[in-house]
Design a protein around this ligand. Sequence first.
Ligand code: GLU
Length: 492
Amino acid sequence: MTVRTRIAPSPTGDPHVGTAYIALFNLCFARAHGGQFILRIEDTDRERSTAESERMILDSLQWLGLDWDEGPDVGGPHGPYRQSERGDIYAEYAQKLLEAGHAFKCYRTSEELDELREARKAAGQHMALKPADLALPAEEHARREAEGWPYVVRMKVPSEGTCVVEDMLRGTIEVEWTQVDAQILLKSDGMPTYHLANVVDDHLMGITHVLRGEEWINSAPKHQLLYEYFGWPMPALCHMPLLRNPDKSKLSKRKNPTSINYYRRMGFLPQAVTNYLGRMGWSMPDEREKFTLDEMMAHFDVQRVSLGGPVFDLEKLTWLNGVYIREDLDDAALLAALRDWAFNEDYVRQILPQVRPRVDTLSQVMPLAGHFFSGLPAIDESSFASVKLERDELVKLLQFLVWRLEGVTRWEKESLLAEVKLLGEYFELKMKAFLAPVFIAITGSATSTSVMDAMAILGSDMTRARLRHAIAVLGGVSKKQAKRLEKEFREL
Ligand code: GLU
C-alpha cells in the first residue's frame, strides 16, 4: 500500500498557522513511509471561499517548503483538486445513497427545523435531529415533492447505541449515536457539505491516512458511517492536538497573530517557522530543538506526537529564528533572506509613490518610510500625548478598528477607508482626528507617509498587530472592559 495523505484547507481567510502545522505533519508522515502528499481545496462554501485566500494558502505553504505531489496548481491523476469543480461527482454519490436507502430528501423549512429544535430543547432532549424527527407525513412529503419545494439530502443515522471510532493517537473513541444528527450531505443548491465531499474525495483520491485537527473528532462517526454505506475502506484517522496560546486557550487571532502572512511580514525565516511547527507536540528522538524539514521527515514517527495541547509561543519562535539567522545564514544567505523579505523590487515599488512627494533627498527616505521595513513600532503611552482623547476612548477607538478590520475580506484602500469613515461617524470625529492615533499606531510617529496607504501596503496582519500593540502600550483592555466593548461593538 502506498501511503497517501492530504491537507484539505478551506479558502475562507488568511493562511492559518494551524493549516501549515497539519500540512507539515501530513507531509512528514507521507515521506516517512515513502508515500505521497496531496493538496485539495475544500471550497464548497461558495459564499466564504475566495480565490485570493486559496492563492495565499498555496503561496504560504510553498514558502514554508511544504511541497505537495498533487494539487490544483500541479494537477495529478485524481483531479480536479478543487471541490467546486467536482459537483457532478458528489451529486452522483448522493444519488447512490438515496437509492440504497442510506439517505433521504428532507423538505423541512428552516422555521420547522427551529421549531423541532425548540421542542427538543424544551423536553430536555439532545439537540441532534434524527430521521424520524424530520420525517413528514407521507402525503405532505409527496405534496412538497410534487410542488418542487427546495430540499436537502440528509444521511440516515442510528438513533441509539454507541459508535466506536479508532484513532491512531487516541485509541478507541466512543460517541453516542443520540448525539449525531441526520447530517445534510447535499444542500438545497445542490452543493455538497464538507462531510460528503470530504469522504468521497478521500476515497477517490486514494487517501490512506487522515491527519487533521482534533476539532474534527465529532465528524468521525458520520464519516465512518458514510464509508460503511459506500462499502469503502476508511482511511486511518489521526486527530492532532490543537495549537494553543501560552494561556492554553485555543490559538486565535484575537490573542496571537495566526496568519502565516504575519510571520512572513515580520521577517521570520520559513525554515525556522517550519522547524518550530515541527516542535508542536512532537520531538526528535534526541530532543534537539533545531532541525531541518529533511531531518524531520527522516525521523518522523507519528506515535511521538503527544496530545497535551502544544503551545505556540511567539517568544520561543523568535528565539529559534534568531538562532537560524546567527548560525545558518552566511552573508549571501542573509542578503537573500532580506531580499525575499522586503528589499525586493515588488515591495519597494509600492512604497515609491508614498515617498516621492515627501522627500528632497534620498537620505530622507528611510527615516520617513522605515515603518515599511519594520515590525512593531517603538512607541509608548507618551507617543499619544498629542491625541486629544481620553485613554479609554482612545483604546476603544483602536479596538473597534481592529475588530472592524478583522472582517475586511478585500484588503484594499477603498474598503479600509469605508471602515474608517463608518467608525469616524460613530465616534463623531472628523477623519483627521479619527486617524491621528491610528497614524501613530501604524507608522510609529506623528509625521510620516499616508496612514491609509500604509495600512493597505502593510497588509491586514501587520496592520492589526500594530493596532493591538498600541492598545497594549496604552495599558490594554481588561476582561471586564472587553465584555463591555464587545457588547457596544455588536450594536454598532
Ligand atoms: N476543509 C477542512 C478544514 O478546513 C478539512 C478537514 C479535514 O481535514 O477533514 O480544515
